[in-house]
Design a protein. Structure first.
Length: 229
């Protein structure tokens, strides 16, 4: 939250579907952010593993010894993009249209994973996706956002943990979406020793994300880790 004497907080979002806004509001804005009435009708049709409608999803992806690049997450992201391109979506004005590559954002903390995501989609579908770091997409939006965290475990992180677990980066990534925000990450990232108050707050946002996730019906879904400690 922005302190009252440091700026103006806009308490209504015209982007986030209520199922997304609920998490963003609770995790980052002290439950003070509310969805505009126009967002309630937004949604994606069935046809992908995400299911129909809108919401927040955490999809665990098992991999080891990955630092800033995960081919496993990139391949899964490309598969999901392919599925989504068979779907339709309804925008804030009630207009229905086919999902296109322009309606999907691929986001990652690291440039190396952005390149991996772009390569995976190009190889599978024959075109480059909208892909970039969180910083690049601040202020932009899409019907669906896929956030690939790339790192296998806290020990594998190429930078300090405050960067990987940044509340601001998670907030920006998730809140680019109108309908679905999907986080692809190793479940081992949830098993971390929190040594600072800020890291505890950051990890709490990820724990809230898991609680808010609507789940994904997929034969590839793995069990979550034991959690943070």
């Amino acid at each position: 939250m922005i302190p009252a004497d440091r700026g103006l907080f806009l308490s209504e979002t015209r982007r986030l579907h209520p199922d997304l806004c609920r998490y963003v509001s609770q995790a980052f804005y002290e439950s003070k952010l509310l969805p505009h009435a126009s967002t309630f009708g937004q949604g994606v049709s069935s046809g992908s593993r995400l299911g129909a409608g809108a919401g927040l999803l955490f999809i665990p992806v098992e991999h080891d010894h990955r630092a800033a690049r995960s081919a496993e997450e990139a391949r899964l992201a490309a598969e999901i993009v392919e599925e989504l391109l068979r779907c339709r979506w309804t925008d804030e004005k009630g207009r229905e249209a086919s999902l296109t590559a322009a309606d999907i954002l691929l986001v990652a903390p690291y440039n190396a994973q952005v390149a991996e995501l772009s390569r995976a989609v190009q190889d599978r579908l024959g075109f480059p996706p909208r892909a970039g770091t969180v910083d690049k997409f601040q202020g932009q939006e899409a019907a669906v956002v896929l956030y690939s965290m790339a790192t296998s475990s806290p020990e594998d992180a190429p930078r300090h943990l405050d960067f990987l677990y940044s509340r601001n980066r998670l907030n920006v990534a998730v809140s680019r979406a109108r309908c679905f925000a999907v986080v692809l990450a190793s479940p081992k990232l949830l098993d971390v020793q929190c040594k600072t108050p800020e890291l505890m707050r950051a990890l709490n946002a990820f724990c809230q994300l898991l609680e808010a996730s609507r789940g994904v019906a997929s034969p590839d879904r793995t069990a979550l880790g034991d959690g943070a400690h």
